[in-house]
Design a protein around this ligand. Structure first.
Ligand code: SF4
Length: 438
Protein backbone atom coordinates (compact mmCIF):
# COMPACT_ATOMS: atom_id res chain seq x y z
CA UNK A 1 0.00 0.00 0.00
CA UNK A 2 1.31 3.44 -0.85
CA UNK A 3 0.11 6.74 0.51
CA UNK A 4 0.54 10.40 -0.19
CA UNK A 5 -1.26 13.61 0.74
CA UNK A 6 -4.74 14.23 -0.59
CA UNK A 7 -5.02 16.95 -3.18
CA UNK A 8 -8.04 18.63 -4.73
CA UNK A 9 -9.48 16.75 -7.70
CA UNK A 10 -9.35 18.20 -11.17
CA UNK A 11 -11.99 17.46 -13.73
CA UNK A 12 -11.04 17.16 -17.36
CA UNK A 13 -13.41 16.02 -20.05
CA UNK A 14 -12.44 13.86 -23.01
CA UNK A 15 -14.91 14.09 -25.84
CA UNK A 16 -17.82 13.79 -23.43
CA UNK A 17 -16.17 11.34 -21.01
CA UNK A 18 -15.72 12.75 -17.51
CA UNK A 19 -12.24 12.12 -16.08
CA UNK A 20 -11.32 13.11 -12.54
CA UNK A 21 -7.80 13.00 -11.14
CA UNK A 22 -7.67 11.78 -7.57
CA UNK A 23 -4.83 11.54 -5.07
CA UNK A 24 -4.56 9.98 -1.66
CA UNK A 25 -4.05 6.58 -0.10
CA UNK A 26 -3.68 3.83 -2.71
CA UNK A 27 -4.33 0.08 -2.66
CA UNK A 28 -2.23 -1.22 -5.55
CA UNK A 29 0.72 -3.55 -6.25
CA UNK A 30 4.17 -2.28 -7.10
CA UNK A 31 5.85 -3.09 -10.42
CA UNK A 32 7.79 -6.07 -9.03
CA UNK A 33 4.65 -8.17 -9.56
CA UNK A 34 5.25 -8.08 -13.33
CA UNK A 35 8.09 -10.57 -12.80
CA UNK A 36 5.47 -13.27 -12.22
CA UNK A 37 4.36 -13.27 -15.87
CA UNK A 38 7.51 -11.85 -17.48
CA UNK A 39 9.71 -14.73 -16.27
CA UNK A 40 7.29 -17.24 -17.82
CA UNK A 41 7.44 -15.41 -21.15
CA UNK A 42 11.18 -14.79 -21.62
CA UNK A 43 12.44 -18.28 -21.00
CA UNK A 44 16.18 -17.60 -20.84
CA UNK A 45 15.92 -14.56 -18.55
CA UNK A 46 16.35 -14.31 -14.80
CA UNK A 47 14.94 -11.50 -12.63
CA UNK A 48 17.06 -10.60 -9.61
CA UNK A 49 15.30 -8.11 -7.37
CA UNK A 50 17.64 -5.99 -5.30
CA UNK A 51 15.37 -5.33 -2.38
CA UNK A 52 14.21 -6.13 1.12
CA UNK A 53 12.47 -9.11 2.70
CA UNK A 54 9.20 -7.28 2.00
CA UNK A 55 9.96 -7.44 -1.73
CA UNK A 56 10.83 -11.16 -1.46
CA UNK A 57 7.55 -11.83 0.38
CA UNK A 58 5.56 -9.88 -2.19
CA UNK A 59 6.92 -11.91 -5.09
CA UNK A 60 6.54 -15.20 -3.25
CA UNK A 61 2.91 -14.43 -2.40
CA UNK A 62 2.09 -13.26 -5.93
CA UNK A 63 3.82 -16.22 -7.58
CA UNK A 64 2.19 -18.77 -5.24
CA UNK A 65 3.21 -22.35 -5.90
CA UNK A 66 5.53 -21.28 -8.75
CA UNK A 67 8.26 -20.65 -6.18
CA UNK A 68 8.71 -24.43 -5.82
CA UNK A 69 9.44 -25.00 -9.51
CA UNK A 70 13.03 -23.64 -9.77
CA UNK A 71 11.77 -20.26 -10.86
CA UNK A 72 13.82 -17.70 -12.73
CA UNK A 73 13.46 -14.95 -10.17
CA UNK A 74 14.93 -14.26 -6.74
CA UNK A 75 15.64 -11.43 -4.33
CA UNK A 76 19.11 -10.27 -3.28
CA UNK A 77 18.20 -8.94 0.14
CA UNK A 78 19.70 -5.65 1.22
CA UNK A 79 20.53 -6.26 4.89
CA UNK A 80 21.64 -4.13 7.84
CA UNK A 81 25.32 -4.25 6.83
CA UNK A 82 24.48 -2.83 3.39
CA UNK A 83 22.23 -0.17 4.89
CA UNK A 84 24.83 0.84 7.49
CA UNK A 85 27.49 1.09 4.79
CA UNK A 86 29.56 -1.67 6.45
CA UNK A 87 29.55 -3.69 3.23
CA UNK A 88 30.01 -2.35 -0.29
CA UNK A 89 26.63 -3.03 -1.88
CA UNK A 90 28.23 -3.32 -5.34
CA UNK A 91 30.71 -5.96 -4.14
CA UNK A 92 27.86 -7.85 -2.51
CA UNK A 93 25.81 -7.65 -5.71
CA UNK A 94 28.75 -8.93 -7.81
CA UNK A 95 29.18 -11.84 -5.40
CA UNK A 96 25.49 -12.80 -5.59
CA UNK A 97 25.44 -12.52 -9.41
CA UNK A 98 28.60 -14.62 -9.66
CA UNK A 99 27.03 -17.33 -7.50
CA UNK A 100 23.78 -17.22 -9.44
CA UNK A 101 25.33 -17.42 -12.93
CA UNK A 102 27.67 -20.20 -11.73
CA UNK A 103 24.66 -22.26 -10.65
CA UNK A 104 22.37 -21.44 -13.56
CA UNK A 105 24.22 -21.65 -16.92
CA UNK A 106 20.82 -21.55 -18.70
CA UNK A 107 20.50 -17.80 -17.93
CA UNK A 108 21.27 -15.64 -20.96
CA UNK A 109 19.71 -12.38 -19.79
CA UNK A 110 19.84 -11.12 -16.24
CA UNK A 111 17.58 -8.29 -15.11
CA UNK A 112 18.66 -6.39 -12.01
CA UNK A 113 15.29 -5.15 -10.77
CA UNK A 114 15.31 -2.04 -8.60
CA UNK A 115 13.01 -1.72 -5.59
CA UNK A 116 12.11 0.97 -3.04
CA UNK A 117 15.07 0.08 -0.75
CA UNK A 118 17.63 0.01 -3.59
CA UNK A 119 16.32 3.38 -4.78
CA UNK A 120 16.33 4.90 -1.30
CA UNK A 121 19.99 3.92 -0.70
CA UNK A 122 20.73 5.18 -4.25
CA UNK A 123 22.29 1.96 -5.49
CA UNK A 124 23.14 2.65 -9.13
CA UNK A 125 21.83 -0.50 -10.81
CA UNK A 126 22.32 1.01 -14.28
CA UNK A 127 26.06 1.21 -13.71
CA UNK A 128 26.08 -2.24 -12.06
CA UNK A 129 24.31 -3.71 -15.12
CA UNK A 130 26.87 -2.12 -17.47
CA UNK A 131 29.78 -3.41 -15.36
CA UNK A 132 28.36 -6.93 -15.11
CA UNK A 133 27.45 -7.05 -18.83
CA UNK A 134 31.12 -6.46 -19.68
CA UNK A 135 32.26 -8.99 -17.09
CA UNK A 136 29.98 -11.78 -18.40
CA UNK A 137 30.02 -10.95 -22.12
CA UNK A 138 32.33 -13.90 -22.85
CA UNK A 139 29.77 -16.25 -21.30
CA UNK A 140 27.03 -14.77 -23.53
CA UNK A 141 25.10 -13.27 -20.61
CA UNK A 142 23.59 -9.79 -20.93
CA UNK A 143 22.69 -7.79 -17.84
CA UNK A 144 19.98 -5.10 -17.90
CA UNK A 145 18.20 -3.15 -15.23
CA UNK A 146 14.83 -1.54 -14.63
CA UNK A 147 12.84 -0.35 -11.65
CA UNK A 148 9.84 -2.22 -10.24
CA UNK A 149 9.70 -0.11 -7.08
CA UNK A 150 6.47 1.05 -5.54
CA UNK A 151 7.84 4.61 -5.57
CA UNK A 152 8.09 4.64 -9.35
CA UNK A 153 5.76 1.94 -10.66
CA UNK A 154 2.26 0.56 -10.17
CA UNK A 155 1.68 -3.14 -10.96
CA UNK A 156 1.78 -3.54 -14.77
CA UNK A 157 4.12 -0.56 -15.12
CA UNK A 158 6.80 -3.09 -14.11
CA UNK A 159 6.35 -4.80 -17.49
CA UNK A 160 6.47 -1.42 -19.20
CA UNK A 161 9.80 -0.61 -17.51
CA UNK A 162 11.18 -4.06 -18.36
CA UNK A 163 10.29 -3.72 -22.06
CA UNK A 164 11.85 -0.24 -22.19
CA UNK A 165 15.14 -1.77 -21.01
CA UNK A 166 14.84 -4.46 -23.71
CA UNK A 167 14.42 -1.88 -26.50
CA UNK A 168 18.06 -0.95 -25.97
CA UNK A 169 18.98 -4.50 -27.06
CA UNK A 170 17.03 -4.44 -30.34
CA UNK A 171 19.12 -3.95 -33.44
CA UNK A 172 18.16 -1.30 -36.00
CA UNK A 173 18.58 -1.98 -39.71
CA UNK A 174 18.01 -0.17 -43.01
CA UNK A 175 15.58 -2.88 -44.13
CA UNK A 176 12.74 -1.66 -46.38
CA UNK A 177 10.52 -4.62 -45.52
CA UNK A 178 7.20 -3.63 -43.91
CA UNK A 179 7.02 -5.31 -40.51
CA UNK A 180 4.64 -5.27 -37.58
CA UNK A 181 5.55 -5.74 -33.97
CA UNK A 182 2.88 -6.94 -31.51
CA UNK A 183 3.91 -5.33 -28.24
CA UNK A 184 3.01 -6.68 -24.79
CA UNK A 185 3.45 -9.96 -22.97
CA UNK A 186 0.90 -12.52 -24.14
CA UNK A 187 0.54 -16.16 -23.12
CA UNK A 188 2.24 -18.46 -25.66
CA UNK A 189 -1.11 -20.06 -26.48
CA UNK A 190 -2.59 -16.65 -27.36
CA UNK A 191 0.39 -15.80 -29.56
CA UNK A 192 -0.06 -19.12 -31.39
CA UNK A 193 -3.76 -18.41 -31.99
CA UNK A 194 -2.93 -14.94 -33.31
CA UNK A 195 -0.19 -16.33 -35.56
CA UNK A 196 -2.73 -18.78 -37.06
CA UNK A 197 -5.14 -15.93 -37.88
CA UNK A 198 -2.33 -13.84 -39.43
CA UNK A 199 -1.37 -16.88 -41.45
CA UNK A 200 -4.91 -17.19 -42.80
CA UNK A 201 -4.80 -13.53 -43.80
CA UNK A 202 -1.53 -14.18 -45.63
CA UNK A 203 0.43 -11.95 -43.25
CA UNK A 204 3.90 -13.21 -42.40
CA UNK A 205 5.88 -10.17 -41.25
CA UNK A 206 4.62 -10.10 -37.69
CA UNK A 207 6.82 -10.49 -34.60
CA UNK A 208 5.99 -10.52 -30.93
CA UNK A 209 7.77 -8.35 -28.37
CA UNK A 210 8.92 -9.53 -25.87
CA UNK A 211 10.01 -12.66 -27.68
CA UNK A 212 10.12 -16.07 -26.01
CA UNK A 213 13.93 -16.00 -25.94
CA UNK A 214 16.06 -12.92 -25.32
CA UNK A 215 18.34 -14.03 -28.16
CA UNK A 216 15.52 -13.68 -30.71
CA UNK A 217 14.50 -10.08 -30.12
CA UNK A 218 13.00 -8.75 -33.36
CA UNK A 219 15.11 -6.18 -35.24
CA UNK A 220 13.70 -2.71 -35.93
CA UNK A 221 13.79 -0.47 -38.97
CA UNK A 222 12.08 2.67 -40.28
CA UNK A 223 9.57 0.33 -41.94
CA UNK A 224 8.65 -1.40 -38.69
CA UNK A 225 5.31 -0.46 -37.15
CA UNK A 226 3.95 -1.60 -33.83
CA UNK A 227 0.57 -2.26 -32.30
CA UNK A 228 0.01 -2.60 -28.56
CA UNK A 229 -1.63 -5.74 -27.19
CA UNK A 230 -1.60 -4.33 -23.64
CA UNK A 231 -2.90 -0.89 -22.68
CA UNK A 232 -0.29 -0.15 -20.00
CA UNK A 233 2.82 0.14 -22.19
CA UNK A 234 3.09 3.94 -22.23
CA UNK A 235 6.87 4.21 -21.90
CA UNK A 236 7.51 1.27 -24.26
CA UNK A 237 5.40 3.01 -26.90
CA UNK A 238 7.38 6.23 -26.37
CA UNK A 239 10.68 4.30 -26.53
CA UNK A 240 9.75 2.64 -29.83
CA UNK A 241 8.50 5.91 -31.31
CA UNK A 242 11.77 7.55 -30.31
CA UNK A 243 13.49 4.93 -32.50
CA UNK A 244 11.32 5.91 -35.46
CA UNK A 245 8.90 2.97 -35.14
CA UNK A 246 5.32 4.13 -35.77
CA UNK A 247 2.26 2.98 -33.84
CA UNK A 248 -0.96 1.60 -35.29
CA UNK A 249 -3.84 2.63 -33.11
CA UNK A 250 -6.68 0.24 -32.36
CA UNK A 251 -8.92 -0.90 -29.57
CA UNK A 252 -7.26 -3.57 -27.44
CA UNK A 253 -7.98 -7.25 -28.20
CA UNK A 254 -10.33 -7.89 -25.27
CA UNK A 255 -13.68 -9.47 -26.02
CA UNK A 256 -15.20 -10.08 -29.45
CA UNK A 257 -15.47 -6.41 -30.47
CA UNK A 258 -12.02 -5.42 -29.24
CA UNK A 259 -10.38 -8.44 -30.92
CA UNK A 260 -12.20 -7.82 -34.19
CA UNK A 261 -11.20 -4.12 -34.24
CA UNK A 262 -7.59 -5.01 -33.35
CA UNK A 263 -7.26 -7.62 -36.13
CA UNK A 264 -8.99 -5.26 -38.55
CA UNK A 265 -6.39 -2.53 -37.89
CA UNK A 266 -3.63 -5.06 -38.68
CA UNK A 267 -5.41 -6.37 -41.80
CA UNK A 268 -5.89 -2.80 -43.08
CA UNK A 269 -2.21 -2.03 -42.46
CA UNK A 270 -1.16 -5.02 -44.59
CA UNK A 271 -3.81 -4.31 -47.25
CA UNK A 272 -5.76 -7.53 -46.64
CA UNK A 273 -9.11 -7.54 -48.48
CA UNK A 274 -12.36 -7.59 -46.51
CA UNK A 275 -13.24 -11.02 -47.93
CA UNK A 276 -9.95 -12.58 -46.80
CA UNK A 277 -10.23 -10.83 -43.42
CA UNK A 278 -13.82 -12.01 -42.85
CA UNK A 279 -12.89 -15.57 -43.82
CA UNK A 280 -9.79 -15.62 -41.58
CA UNK A 281 -11.68 -14.59 -38.45
CA UNK A 282 -15.01 -16.30 -39.28
CA UNK A 283 -14.69 -19.48 -37.19
CA UNK A 284 -13.14 -17.99 -34.01
CA UNK A 285 -15.51 -14.98 -34.25
CA UNK A 286 -18.58 -17.21 -34.44
CA UNK A 287 -17.37 -19.39 -31.55
CA UNK A 288 -16.65 -16.30 -29.43
CA UNK A 289 -20.00 -14.63 -30.18
CA UNK A 290 -21.88 -17.77 -29.23
CA UNK A 291 -19.93 -18.30 -26.01
CA UNK A 292 -20.19 -14.66 -24.89
CA UNK A 293 -23.93 -14.56 -25.63
CA UNK A 294 -24.49 -17.25 -22.98
CA UNK A 295 -22.72 -15.10 -20.38
CA UNK A 296 -24.69 -12.00 -21.39
CA UNK A 297 -27.85 -13.46 -19.92
CA UNK A 298 -26.19 -13.52 -16.48
CA UNK A 299 -24.75 -10.01 -16.77
CA UNK A 300 -27.39 -7.89 -18.44
CA UNK A 301 -27.97 -4.59 -16.55
CA UNK A 302 -25.76 -5.54 -13.60
CA UNK A 303 -24.03 -2.53 -12.00
CA UNK A 304 -20.22 -2.78 -11.92
CA UNK A 305 -17.72 -0.67 -9.96
CA UNK A 306 -14.06 -0.99 -10.98
CA UNK A 307 -11.22 -0.05 -8.63
CA UNK A 308 -7.82 0.97 -10.11
CA UNK A 309 -5.27 -1.80 -10.56
CA UNK A 310 -3.62 -2.57 -13.90
CA UNK A 311 -4.63 0.06 -16.52
CA UNK A 312 -6.73 -2.66 -18.17
CA UNK A 313 -9.81 -1.11 -16.57
CA UNK A 314 -10.99 1.10 -19.46
CA UNK A 315 -10.82 -1.72 -22.03
CA UNK A 316 -12.49 -4.17 -19.67
CA UNK A 317 -15.26 -1.68 -18.88
CA UNK A 318 -15.84 -1.27 -22.62
CA UNK A 319 -16.13 -5.05 -22.94
CA UNK A 320 -18.51 -5.28 -19.99
CA UNK A 321 -20.81 -2.54 -21.40
CA UNK A 322 -20.65 -3.37 -25.07
CA UNK A 323 -20.75 -7.14 -24.97
CA UNK A 324 -22.26 -8.16 -21.65
CA UNK A 325 -24.77 -5.33 -21.26
CA UNK A 326 -23.43 -4.21 -17.87
CA UNK A 327 -23.84 -0.72 -16.45
CA UNK A 328 -20.49 0.69 -15.30
CA UNK A 329 -20.99 2.99 -12.30
CA UNK A 330 -17.31 3.94 -11.89
CA UNK A 331 -13.97 3.13 -13.50
CA UNK A 332 -10.80 3.67 -11.50
CA UNK A 333 -7.45 3.45 -13.24
CA UNK A 334 -3.97 4.10 -11.81
CA UNK A 335 -2.90 6.05 -14.90
CA UNK A 336 -4.66 7.12 -18.06
CA UNK A 337 -2.88 7.85 -21.33
CA UNK A 338 -5.64 9.51 -23.36
CA UNK A 339 -3.72 9.13 -26.62
CA UNK A 340 -3.28 5.36 -26.33
CA UNK A 341 -6.78 4.89 -24.93
CA UNK A 342 -8.61 7.25 -27.29
CA UNK A 343 -10.55 4.59 -29.23
CA UNK A 344 -11.47 2.75 -26.03
CA UNK A 345 -12.69 5.96 -24.37
CA UNK A 346 -14.80 6.81 -27.39
CA UNK A 347 -16.50 3.39 -27.18
CA UNK A 348 -17.61 3.98 -23.56
CA UNK A 349 -21.00 5.47 -22.71
CA UNK A 350 -20.61 9.23 -22.08
CA UNK A 351 -21.84 9.24 -18.53
CA UNK A 352 -19.31 6.76 -17.03
CA UNK A 353 -17.25 8.52 -14.34
CA UNK A 354 -13.53 7.75 -14.68
CA UNK A 355 -11.10 8.36 -11.81
CA UNK A 356 -7.39 8.47 -12.52
CA UNK A 357 -5.21 7.82 -9.45
CA UNK A 358 -6.79 6.87 -6.15
CA UNK A 359 -8.04 8.04 -2.80
CA UNK A 360 -9.21 4.69 -1.49
CA UNK A 361 -11.34 6.05 1.37
CA UNK A 362 -13.33 8.34 -0.96
CA UNK A 363 -13.61 5.59 -3.54
CA UNK A 364 -14.93 3.09 -1.00
CA UNK A 365 -17.55 5.61 0.09
CA UNK A 366 -18.66 6.09 -3.53
CA UNK A 367 -18.77 2.32 -3.92
CA UNK A 368 -21.00 1.97 -0.82
CA UNK A 369 -23.28 4.73 -2.12
CA UNK A 370 -23.64 3.25 -5.60
CA UNK A 371 -24.40 -0.30 -4.35
CA UNK A 372 -22.92 -2.16 -7.36
CA UNK A 373 -23.81 -5.78 -8.13
CA UNK A 374 -20.12 -6.51 -8.77
CA UNK A 375 -16.96 -4.79 -7.53
CA UNK A 376 -13.73 -5.43 -9.45
CA UNK A 377 -10.88 -4.79 -7.00
CA UNK A 378 -7.58 -6.01 -5.58
CA UNK A 379 -7.09 -8.72 -2.97
CA UNK A 380 -6.76 -6.20 -0.14
CA UNK A 381 -10.29 -4.91 -0.64
CA UNK A 382 -12.08 -8.02 -1.88
CA UNK A 383 -12.72 -9.94 1.34
CA UNK A 384 -13.59 -6.87 3.46
CA UNK A 385 -16.11 -5.87 0.76
CA UNK A 386 -17.50 -9.43 0.61
CA UNK A 387 -17.97 -9.26 4.40
CA UNK A 388 -20.06 -6.12 3.84
CA UNK A 389 -22.30 -7.99 1.41
CA UNK A 390 -20.70 -6.96 -1.91
CA UNK A 391 -19.86 -9.45 -4.64
CA UNK A 392 -16.27 -8.99 -5.79
CA UNK A 393 -13.96 -10.04 -8.59
CA UNK A 394 -10.20 -10.11 -7.85
CA UNK A 395 -8.68 -7.94 -10.52
CA UNK A 396 -5.25 -9.61 -10.42
CA UNK A 397 -6.67 -12.66 -12.21
CA UNK A 398 -7.44 -10.48 -15.23
CA UNK A 399 -3.72 -9.90 -15.64
CA UNK A 400 -2.48 -13.40 -14.83
CA UNK A 401 -4.98 -15.29 -17.04
CA UNK A 402 -4.89 -15.44 -20.85
CA UNK A 403 -7.73 -13.04 -21.78
CA UNK A 404 -6.77 -11.67 -25.22
CA UNK A 405 -8.35 -12.58 -28.53
CA UNK A 406 -11.49 -14.36 -29.76
CA UNK A 407 -10.81 -17.72 -28.13
CA UNK A 408 -10.43 -16.12 -24.69
CA UNK A 409 -13.47 -13.79 -24.94
CA UNK A 410 -15.73 -16.28 -23.19
CA UNK A 411 -13.08 -16.98 -20.52
CA UNK A 412 -12.87 -13.25 -19.90
CA UNK A 413 -16.64 -13.04 -19.51
CA UNK A 414 -16.55 -16.11 -17.27
CA UNK A 415 -14.04 -14.43 -14.93
CA UNK A 416 -16.61 -11.69 -14.27
CA UNK A 417 -19.64 -13.97 -14.20
CA UNK A 418 -18.25 -16.53 -11.75
CA UNK A 419 -18.58 -14.35 -8.62
CA UNK A 420 -22.16 -13.39 -9.60
CA UNK A 421 -23.02 -17.03 -10.15
CA UNK A 422 -21.43 -18.00 -6.80
CA UNK A 423 -23.37 -15.22 -5.10
CA UNK A 424 -26.67 -16.50 -6.54
CA UNK A 425 -25.93 -20.10 -5.60
CA UNK A 426 -24.96 -19.17 -2.03
CA UNK A 427 -28.12 -17.12 -1.75
CA UNK A 428 -30.30 -20.01 -2.84
CA UNK A 429 -28.41 -22.32 -0.46
CA UNK A 430 -29.04 -19.92 2.43
CA UNK A 431 -32.70 -19.73 1.50
CA UNK A 432 -32.96 -23.53 1.55
CA UNK A 433 -31.13 -23.75 4.90
CA UNK A 434 -33.28 -21.02 6.39
CA UNK A 435 -36.31 -22.87 5.12
CA UNK A 436 -35.14 -26.09 6.81
CA UNK A 437 -34.47 -24.30 10.08
CA UNK A 438 -37.86 -22.67 10.00
S1 SF4 B 1 9.50 -2.60 -4.21
FE1 SF4 B 1 8.70 -1.27 -2.60
S2 SF4 B 1 6.47 -1.52 -2.69
FE2 SF4 B 1 7.39 -3.24 -3.81
S3 SF4 B 1 7.55 -4.87 -2.28
FE3 SF4 B 1 9.53 -3.81 -2.32
S4 SF4 B 1 9.33 -2.29 -0.69
FE4 SF4 B 1 7.25 -2.96 -1.16
Amino acid sequence: MESCQSAPSLNSGFKGVQITQEQGQREVFCGLTGIVWLHRKIKDAFFLVIGSRTCAHLIQSAAGVMIFAEPRFATAIIDDRDLAGLADANDELDRVVNQLLGRRPDIKLLFLVGSCPSEVIKLDLGKAAERLSIKYSDSGVRVLNYSGSGIETTFTEGEDACLVSLISQMSFSESTEKKLLIVGTLADIVEDQMARIFNKMGISNVCFFPSRLSSTLPPLSKNTFFILAQPFLNETAKGLEAKGVKRLSAKFPFGVEGSKAWYKAIATFFGVSSTVFDEAIKAPLERALKAVQVKKNIFQDKKVFIFPDSQLEISLARFLCQELGAEIVEIGTPYLNKKLMELELLALPNNVPIYEGQNVENQLQRCFDKKPDLVVCGLGLANPLEAKGFTTKWSIELVFSPVHGFEQAADLAELFCRPLDRHDRLKSLNTVETGVLN
